[in-house]
Design a binder for this molecule. Structure first.
Ligand SMILES: CC(C)(COP(=O)(O)OP(=O)(O)OC[C@H]1O[C@@H](n2cnc3c(N)ncnc32)[C@H](O)[C@@H]1OP(=O)(O)O)[C@@H](O)C(=O)NCCC(=O)NCCS
Length: 334
């Protein structure tokens, strides 16, 4: 398999490729000249939009396709991402997406966005694995296929922290599970014992996404150079006598992404989200010296330790330190 820039002369091959992919889904039909005439000269179309097209070739046949072009404000669109069904699972799609994202970065992109048919569930898993999360409203195309599309996006560069709404949270389960599994394997005392199975971690994050949908918690994610590698939550569902309190939970940065300032940015975002939700008192507990340094540096106050409060992932007992932070010192309390 090799990647090469696409050419207008690839038209017949890519029309066949896309037509075959659409035919996998009931009701998905191609009206070439009525709805997608750009496929007849896609390389020129991409170039005309300031972007580019690539194809993957195997034994001289076109088996994959992708385009990328700039939109506005540092965002590039990933478009026309297709791999022939017989060639899937071997990494061709990742290679194509890598090429498209490299081109976008070289063109100054800081964010990648895409639209995907709500029926293309396999594609959704692929984008989610790459750290894309659902973003914005769905759109309806009024075309022969009655297409309704999800929007996905992800930062491409630098350290970026964002609050995830319910749809974004549900679409971030795969990378969040990877962060949790790897943090537990690395010894983090965050409710789970090692080894934590991926399926259990995904079930946990699905549950957290439902909590976001119910308004019980705020879920925040952090990306480093395009990879979703960090998270924190603010629990808002409190007893009726603590309407002013929020609790920080599951502050996690992937072991490979630590000491890049993500923890600090997650903490600031969590405090901001808590304040926006009207919370004036935050609490948390931790058994991590790294986290403790982070919280102390952020102005959190130590309440004290409970000896042998929990178990480390390896089964040994661990003491736990409790912290609080007021977001508004004028809080009437007591
Ligand atoms: C705690 C954790 C989230 C920190 O994430 P991070 O992205 O590495 O943190 P940052 O890079 O933003 O560090 C901010 C500050 O915290 C302190 N800090 C972070 N890691 C530290 C460490 N290993 N030792 C000492 N101080 C540390 C430093 O003051 C640091 O500032 P500096 O890098 O300018 O010196 C991360 O170590 C982690 O996920 N640990 C495992 C999970 C866990 O225990 N979470 C806490 C649950 S309450």
């Amino acid at each position: 398999m090799r990647l090469r820039p696409g050419r207008d002369a690839d038209a017949d091959a890519i029309i066949r490729l896309i037509g075959d992919c659409w035919a996998e889904y009931p009701g998905c039909v191609m009206d070439l000249d009525g709805e997608v005439p750009e496929l007849r000269a896609l390389a020129s179309h991409a170039a005309g939009r300031g972007g580019a097209m690539w194809v993957a070739e195997a034994e001289g046949r076109v088996v994959g396709l992708v385009c990328a072009w700039p939109l506005t404000d540092g965002t590039w669109e990933l478009a026309k991402m297709y791999v022939a069904s017989a060639e899937r699972g071997g990494g061709i799609a990742h290679d194509l997406a890598d090429a498209a994202e490299a081109q976008a970065r070289a063109g100054g992109a800081t964010r990648m966005a895409l639209w995907t048919d709500t029926r293309f569930d396999r594609a959704h898993r692929f984008y989610e694995k790459r750290g894309f999360v659902r973003q914005g409203p769905i759109r309806a195309l009024a075309d022969a296929s009655n297409t309704i599309e999800f929007g996905y996006a992800r930062p491409l560069t630098g350290a970026v922290v964002a609050v995830l709404d319910a749809a974004a949270a549900a679409s971030a389960v795969v990378p969040l599970a990877r962060v949790l599994v790897d943090c537990v394997a690395d010894g983090a005392s965050v409710s789970f014992m090692a080894p934590l199975a991926e399926a259990r971690a995904r079930a946990f994050w699905n549950d957290m996404a439902r909590g976001v949908a119910r308004g019980e918690r705020v879920l925040i994610a952090a990306w480093l150079e395009g990879a979703l590698v960090g998270t924190v939550q603010v629990l808002l569902a409190m007893p009726e006598n603590q309407p002013h309190r929020g609790e920080l939970q599951k502050m996690l940065v992937h072991p490979a992404a630590r000491r890049h300032g993500l923890g600090r940015r997650l903490l600031a975002a969590a405090e901001d989200a808590a304040a926006r939700a009207g919370r004036t008192l935050l609490t948390l507990d931790t058994a991590s010296t790294a986290a403790e340094a982070l919280y102390r540096a952020g102005g959190w106050i130590v309440v004290g330790d409970v000896p042998e409060f929990a178990l480390n992932p390896d089964g040994t007992a661990c003491d736990t330190r409790f912290f609080y932070r007021r977001l508004d010192s004028a809080l009437p309390c007591g």
